[in-house]
Design a protein. Structure first.
Length: 156
């Protein structure tokens, strides 16, 4: 059962809160496929996922130049950036399959490799919505989508 949620974030803090709610529901083997233009809030969202997994969100930084970062929490969070990659082979060489076996993976610019990331448990689309607002679309492919909707509705 897939659940699609459309939310509006009016601040970086709210984007982080939405990510935190997702991180609370994340489990080993989950892939967060993050898409959106530069400055849409992908890294802020991952800060929230880290917090939801019990990792320190202050340590989360864009992995653009290092390609992947790792954060310890109740599950290890691997934070990857596909922007500089040119071929799907490079994504595989980064060790994505192994990362999914041992933790939770968040891939920024995932739309560059839809063949690899399309079946992700969590598909996250972020976009500018004017001023400080961002639209956040979350598609969860299992029962956790309903749990996320309830968690976000309760103000968690």
């Amino acid at each position: 059962m897939a659940e699609r949620l459309r939310l509006t974030s009016d601040s970086e803090a709210r984007t982080i809160e939405i990510g935190r709610a997702c991180g609370k529901l994340a489990r080993r083997g989950d892939l967060f496929s993050l898409c959106g233009p530069l400055g849409a809030g992908k890294t802020r969202f991952v800060k929230g996922v880290a917090a939801g997994l019990g990792a320190d969100p202050e340590l989360v930084a864009s992995p653009t130049f290092v390609l992947a970062r790792e954060y310890a929490g109740r599950e290890t969070l691997f934070h990857c950036d596909a922007y500089r990659l040119r071929a799907e082979r490079e994504l595989e060489e980064l060790g994505l399959a192994e990362m999914l076996e041992t933790g939770v993976v968040a891939v920024e610019w995932a739309d560059r490799f839809p063949e690899w990331t399309a079946p992700a448990a969590w598909n996250i689309g972020l976009a500018h919505a004017g001023g400080d607002q961002r639209s956040v679309e979350i598609r969860c492919l299992d029962e956790r989508g309903a749990a996320l909707a309830a968690l976000l509705g309760s103000g968690f």
